[in-house]
Design a protein around this ligand. Structure first.
Ligand SMILES: C[S@@+](CC[C@H](N)C(=O)[O-])C[C@H]1O[C@@H](n2cnc3c(N)ncnc32)[C@H](O)[C@@H]1O
Length: 163
C-alpha cells in the first residue's frame, strides 16, 4: 500500500469495499491523513505482516488482490509461501491478482534492502496452476529523482475453488 495514490483513484472512481494492508503503521497513518477523514472511512485498514499474517487471512471473497512493490522484498522462500497461502485463502475463485515487481533488468536494492527480480514466467511458475496469466507488460517507473525503475506488471485470474 505505502503512499501510493491507487486508493485515492479507486475512491474517486466509485469503487467500494477497498481494503488497505501494510505492515507499517506510519504508512497507513500517512495515507489516512492524505485521504482525509471522509474518504478514509470508506476503506478498511489492516496493519499486518504478509509473511506472518494475523488478520489478513481472516479476509475472504476478495475480487482483486493488488500488490505493487511488496512481493519483491520477500527474500525467503517461507515468506513467499506464506504470501501465496494467504493469497489463495482470501481471493475468490474467478478473482484477479495483480503483482507488480522489479523486473529482471530492474533495481537489485530498494530503500537499502535487497530485492528479488521477476518476470512474468517466474511469477507464473511461483503462483502455479491455480492462476492463469491473463496479461503482463514491462513498465518503467521514474522516481522523483528521475532514476528509472523497471517493473514487470502481471495480471492473473484465479482458477481454484477457494475454501
Ligand atoms: C515500496 S513500498 C510500495 C508502496 C505502494 N504499493 C506503491 O506502489 O507505491 C512497499 C510497501 O510494502 C510494505 N511492506 C513491506 N513488507 C511488508 C510485509 N511483510 N507485509 C505487509 N506490508 C509490507 C511497506 O511498509 C511499504 O509500504
Amino acid at each position: 500500500m505505502g503512499a501510493s495514490t491507487l486508493i485515492d483513484s479507486l475512491i474517486e472512481l466509485g469503487y467500494k469495499n477497498i481494503i488497505a494492508v501494510d505492515i507499517s503503521e506510519i504508512a497507513i497513518k500517512k495515507l489516512r491523513e492524505r485521504l482525509g477523514e471522509d474518504k478514509s472511512r470508506l476503506v478498511k485498514w489492516i496493519e499486518d505482516d504478509i509473511t506472518q499474517p494475523k488478520h489478513i487471512q481472516n479476509l475472504s471473497n476478495i475480487a482483486l488482490w493488488h500488490d505493487r512493490a511488496l512481493f519483491h522484498f520477500l527474500l525467503e522462500e517461507k515468506q513467499r509461501q506464506m504470501y501465496l497461502t494467504t493469497l489463495k485463502k482470501v481471493v475468490k475463485k474467478g478473482g484477479y491478482v495483480i503483482i507488480a515487481s522489479f523486473s529482471l533488468t530492474g533495481a537489485k536494492m530498494c530503500s537499502g534492502l535487497d530485492v528479488m527480480n521477476y518476470d512474468q514466467t517466474i511469477l507464473s511458475n511461483f503462483l502455479g496452476d491455480d492462476f492463469e496469466l491473463i496479461e503482463y507488460f514491462d513498465y518503467i517507473y521514474h522516481m522523483p529523482s528521475g532514476e528509472e525503475r523497471p517493473y514487470i506488471y502481471t495480471l492473473f485470474k484465479t482458477m481454484y475453488c477457494s475454501l
